[in-house]
Design a binder for this molecule. Structure first.
Ligand code: FPP
Length: 256
């Protein structure tokens, strides 16, 4: 249970949009918006840990982001290195394990090594899993999992009729994560932009007008509180859901 007695989401994912506009509106370079965005990342991670969210996933760099001006891509890659170096001690101390989804191998060597070191250094964290989506694309992740399964099927290692949601997910880079409960996007756009398409099938979506650098600890607390008040029915009617919940907690329930 979270604050005010509501259920805490287990997995919160954030599309951190608006760094560029935040900077432009202040006459600053876009890279400065990203640097300020990295400060907001620290706050969000600290807050998520403090309020007890077990999984936080941040869209740090999409496959589409490679098309941005070279200087901006380089600034983002540098910021990741800085983040990995400056935050490692605190992340480990706070029991946070860093994980990556997407294609870490696409990143420049220096960035890749910094992130790999960070993952190794924090591997024993058991309070929260912080997943960074890097060179990530939701469609790409699904397609690559389907291709891996097809190759296995051709080799006779998998029966096509046995392929299901679970086996597909096990071949995605998100295989170790639970489904998303709450997906937040800052920056005012109401799109999911290829983020966790499969994993957000039943997620609550929350679009905030504020720019990512303006995201504060209270913003996350309020977002989580708001989502805890909503009933997610997974396609069931309210009556079916009530019955299912009752059954789930029935101490006299006999296995059938
Ligand atoms: C979108 O804003 C944001 C990104 C493409 C990068 C997000 C990166 C960070 C928040 C900082 C680095 C991350 C870590 C984990 C240290 P935008 O540039 O598209 O903003 P705009 O829509 O206003 O142009």
């Amino acid at each position: 249970m979270g604050q005010n007695g509501h259920h805490l989401p287990k997995h919160v994912a954030i599309i951190m949009d608006g760094n560029g506009r935040w900077a432009s509106s202040r006459g600053l370079a876009r890279a400065e918006g990203h640097a300020e965005g990295a400060r907001a990342v620290r706050d969000a991670v600290e807050t998520a840990t403090r309020i007890g969210i077990p999984y936080l996933t941040l869209y740090a760099f999409s496959v589409a982001n490679w098309a941005r001006p070279r200087g901006e891509v380089e600034a983002l890659m540098r910021l990741l290195v800085e983040f990995a170096k400056s935050e490692r001690a605190e992340l480990r101390q706070n029991g946070i394990r860093v994980n990556v989804i997407g294609a870490l191998e696409d990143l420049p060597t220096v960035t890749r090594h910094a992130v790999e070191d960070l993952m190794a250094y924090t591997k024993d964290g058991d309070r929260m899993v912080l997943t960074l989506a890097l060179s990530y694309g939701g469609k790409k992740d699904i397609v690559e999992a389907a291709r891996t399964l097809a190759v296995k099927a051709r080799a006779g290692l998998v029966l096509p009729e046995e392929i299901d949601e679970r086996s597909l997910q096990l071949h995605m880079t998100t295989h170790s994560l639970p489904d998303v409960d709450l997906l937040i996007r800052t920056g005012g756009e109401t799109r999911v932009s290829d983020f966790l398409l499969f994993e957000s099938a039943y997620a609550e979506l929350l679009f905030l007008p504020i720019m990512w650098p303006d995201f504060r600890p209270e913003t996350l607390v309020q977002a989580v509180d708001h989502s805890g008040k909503k009933e997610r029915r997974f396609g069931l009617t309210p009556e079916q859901l009530a019955k299912k919940n009752l059954q789930a907690f029935d101490p006299f329930d006999q296995p059938s």
